[in-house]
Design a protein. Structure first.
Length: 268
């Protein structure tokens, strides 16, 4: 996250406590990224921004702030027409993290029905808190890991970084000590199993640390009900694999970010 992003958030902050929280996060961000320090503690920071109150554990906030700025300042997952949810009814958020994408979509269209899935326990706790404390209606939350099978699976996470986690943590982060990665068991399920009654899905958003293809394979029965899909890809091999798979379902790629882990947008 750039200094310009921090400056932009600071300008948007209207109250003293939010500004103080942002100063703490910026200091922690530099401490983690430059010195590889680990932030400890159970304090929950509250940031009043964009008409919401965001709740972040301080120990994770240096990574959570990245996602918040990407979604609310840079419109990640919503850059293309038809992907902002303004004319949609149902959105599925796979890899919901702490709830920022769902919150932005509800801001774009308060009438949306949103299904969210997040298996990381700390991220799920914050997802639940952010939805409940901001009084958002018609947002269903689940701690199931969507996959291509219905059974318990091993899931990798880092306790102080809710922004990353998956069946296998993808990619090289020079600031991350890989010894901090640990594994837990989570319940996984096919989208076909948990959303069989959802009906038409206007937007499916997927951000799952390299498990994109498995999520889509688990949605074969409901795939005809999906109109638009935005996927954050993780690596060129997965990018091509997902593209070929969705083309078989008559989806057209209309835009892709030119970076290692970027969004690409598909429509029927």
């Amino acid at each position: 996250m750039s200094k310009a992003d921090f400056d932009a958030l600071m300008k948007l902050a209207k109250d003293k406590k939010t500004k103080e929280a942002l100063e703490v996060i910026q200091e922690d961000y530099c401490s983690v990224r430059e010195k590889k320090n680990v932030i400890k503690g159970e304090d929950i920071l509250k940031l009043k921004l964009f008409g919401y109150t965001f709740h972040m554990p301080r120990r994770c906030a240096n990574s959570s702030i990245d996602i918040l700025s990407e979604i609310f300042l840079e419109d990640h997952h919503q850059k293309m027409a038809g992907f902002r949810g303004e004319e949609s009814s149902v959105v599925v958020d796979v890899g919901a993290n702490e709830g920022y994408y769902a919150m932005k979509m509800k801001q774009n269209n308060p009438d949306l029905k949103i299904f969210t899935f997040e298996p990381n326990p700390m991220a799920f706790k914050m997802l639940e808190m952010n939805i409940r404390k901001n009084h958002l209606k018609d947002v269903e939350i689940s701690d199931v890991a969507l996959s291509d099978m219905d059974e318990d699976e091993s899931f990798q996470l880092v306790d102080e970084i809710t922004a990353i986690g998956g069946f296998r943590i993808f990619g090289y982060r020079p600031w991350l000590d890989t010894n901090r990665i640990r594994e837990i068991m989570v319940r996984s399920a096919k989208m076909d199993s948990v959303l069989s009654d959802a009906g038409k899905i206007d937007i499916l958003k997927i951000d799952v640390e390299g498990a994109e293809y498995r999520v889509l394979k688990g949605a074969e029965e409901i795939m005809p009900n999906i109109e638009r899909i935005v996927v954050e890809y993780h690596g060129d091999e997965m990018k091509e694999k997902v593209k070929k798979y969705l083309e078989k379902w008559e989806f057209e790629l209309i835009y892709e970010d030119e970076r290692e882990c970027g969004d690409y947008y598909f429509v029927r």
